[in-house]
Ligand binder design. Sequence first.
Ligand SMILES: Cc1cc2nc3c(=O)[nH]c(=O)nc-3n(C[C@H](O)[C@H](O)[C@H](O)COP(=O)(O)OP(=O)(O)OC[C@H]3O[C@@H](n4cnc5c(N)ncnc54)[C@H](O)[C@@H]3O)c2cc1C
Length: 320
Amino acid sequence: MSRGMPAAGRLDELAGERGIELVHDRPLAPLTTLRVGGPAQRFVEVSDRAALLAALRLARDAGAPAFVLGNGSDLVVSDEGMPGLVVRNRARGVAIEGTQLTADAGAPMALLVKRCTAEGLAGLEFGISVPGTLGGAVWANAGAHGGEIKDLLVGAEAWDPAGDTELTLAHADCAFAYRESRFKHGDEVVLAATLQLERDDPAAIGERVDANQAQRRATQPLADQNAGSVFRNPPGDHAGRLIDVAGLKGRRVGSAMVSTLHANFIVVDRGGRAADVRALGNEVRALVQERFGVMLQYEIEFVGHWPEPEAGSGPPGERA
Ligand SMILES: Cc1cc2nc3c(=O)[nH]c(=O)nc-3n(C[C@H](O)[C@H](O)[C@H](O)COP(=O)(O)OP(=O)(O)OC[C@H]3O[C@@H](n4cnc5c(N)ncnc54)[C@H](O)[C@@H]3O)c2cc1C
């Protein structure tokens, strides 16, 4: 057992009783787009809501931390890995009724965009640029090309570990703001969400999807290991512009480098280290603060165990 990892005996015991098979020390790097970081102490992959709830209840009853992993496209997993149980959500059922689409939280955004295009349902074209799951997109209020999940979401179903209850949430309950939702501030898990779309010609929708994809291919280092935008845009400005003007494109700490194509991306060498990403991110933050007096806020999420950040330079909102 490594430093900072609680014993997983109770998890194993309960999992045995309930017939849930847990993987020990599952490497998480291949399950994230940044491809750095250590293993999950215990890991299970689920493909439907019942299995997701069973896994979450297992961790709850064992008193172990649980972490729901979507497509790992917004994460920096610490080199030491994650304690407790990591549940990879691959529940991806989709139902369409009229102009409303309801999908399990594990459904990939790309899959939903494809379905919408085929069905002649417009509104989610921006989602082609968000390489995560619907649950991750609701958690982040993900957005691109002027659209955000909050513009479409009618309601969500969630699970609250506090009372082991399933919640039905309306749009107003979700506390959406720029890259913000209630799910970033608690332990509730999104199970499914319903989106309101509009009828349009499938060919026209497809063209908009292709245009969004082409724009991203031209402006983002998609061939490199990355986790999307590192920092949120400060009010009235762009984090990438500030980092660029500060002359930080190409700056390196070990295996991590500020992308030369898009200054708000950090790209990592094969076999790179999460600690390098963290150190480079903190360095960029400090230098932008020094130059412009703006303290950038992380958009990417640091998870797992990290040594104490230096005063004033650590990322807010990180979770163990
Ligand atoms: C190349 C690239 C481009 C990107 N472009 C954009 C962009 O344009 N706009 C944008 O907003 N983002 C962008 N991102 C970031 C990322 O894709 C989004 O934040 C996405 O919504 C994360 O979803 P995920 O499934 O990958 O979540 P993960 O990275 O797996 O998890 C992120 C967080 O969401 C939580 N989570 C996941 N599922 C659930 C659930 N069911 N219930 C509760 N919490 C959950 C996790 O516990 C974790 O805390 C980009 C990323 C990359 C790599």
